[in-house]
Design a protein around this ligand. Structure first.
Ligand SMILES: Nc1ncnc2c1ncn2[C@@H]1O[C@H](COP(=O)(O)OP(=O)(O)OP(=O)(O)O)[C@@H](O)[C@H]1O
Ligand SMILES: [Mg+2]
Length: 283
């Protein structure tokens, strides 16, 4: 029933990024427990799992924004988890990263936001050429013309798309998306899904998506991995996940509350006792 290490046993396609026996502790808290995943080149791998199960921690390890407690991280077959920050910043130019918070710099225009990673990594000489690059990146996400807008004037969906344009500024080979559709309505979410597929198709990028939006997962994934209690409990294509025998997988994909969660709710007191009003304290 447990699919742990299944990815390794079937590791015939080339892995562009790989974690081996990854364990991560924060103090006494064990977040990732001996996880091994190899991310196949040119494919879309989706990571699902309940809130707090370690999805963001795992994806941050792929670019060593977090260092493992034990285990290794590889990019194109080269070990990267023990590199210096300076060496890592070179490795990270191969990645685009869409943060969970989608954080744009509020004090910068859309164009300046997209230019930021370019400025950080290259000495820009030809500004005309750079304008064309910004235009092209914005056109990909359907926002050419918004160059001079500040983020405050954009909707949530538009902000995510600008963040995506920024994530692809350096022509990454791998794009990491952390909850790209969270907080968006179904239509805006689907625009993001379509963009993920478009970038994979047209730029041939390798994609890793963290989500708990199953509709999005089924639409974009070649492969879905589920994390639970620090371990990988499922790993396969959409049909494999839909028909997975593990009850926790079924509860998650069907949006049902599991026994563990119910136990927590029972422990935390009755709703009645929390429903006081100031008048309850009046004489
Ligand atoms: N820098 C940190 N220091 C201490 N604990 C951390 C740190 N980062 C994450 N954690 C803990 O690790 C666990 C996993 O966090 P993570 O952000 O990976 O969850 P997640 O699966 O991405 O959840 P969500 O779906 O809500 O985004 C949580 O219990 C979190 O509190
Ligand atoms: Mg997260």
């Amino acid at each position: 029933m447990d699919d742990t290490n299944r990815g390794q046993e079937n590791a015939h396609p080339p892995a562009i990024v790989e974690v081996r026996n990854l364990t991560k502790r924060f103090g006494a808290k064990l977040v990732l427990d001996n996880v091994s995943v190899s991310i196949e080149k040119g494919k879309t791998t989706v990571i699902i799992g309940p809130s707090g199960c370690g999805k963001t921690v795992l994806i941050k390890h792929l670019i060593v924004l977090i260092r493992p407690s034990s285990g290794q991280v590889y990019f194109e077959g080269r070990r990267i988890d023990h590199l210096s920050e300076r060496q890592l910043s070179r490795v990270r130019t191969h990645f685009g990263y869409l943060f969970q918070e989608g954080a744009l710099f509020d004090s910068m225009t859309v164009a300046e936001n997209i230019l930021f990673p370019i400025r950080q990594n290259y000495r820009v000489k030809n500004w005309h050429q750079i304008e064309d690059v910004v235009k092209a990146k914005l056109a990909i996400v359907g926002l050419d013309g918004f160059q001079n807008y500040y983020p405050a004037r954009l909707s949530g969906g538009q902000r995510k798309r600008v963040a995506l344009a920024r994530a692809i500024a350096l022509n990454p080979e791998v794009i990491l998306y952390d909850e790209p559709t969270t907080g968006l309505d179904p239509i805006r979410s689907d625009i993001i899904n379509e963009l993920i597929l478009k970038l994979e198709r047209e730029l041939g990028v390798t994609t890793v998506v963290v989500t708990h939006d199953m509709k999005s997962a089924y639409k974009v994934a070649d492969r879905i991995i589920m994390l639970h209690n620090g371990k990988m409990i499922a790993d396969g294509d959409a049909d494999h996940i839909r028909n997975h025998p593990h009850p926790v997988v079924q509860q998650f994909i069907n949006g049902q509350v599991g026994e563990d969660d119910l136990a927590v709710l029972r422990m935390n007191g009755s709703a009645g006792s929390a429903q006081f009003l100031p008048r309850d304290f009046e004489e």
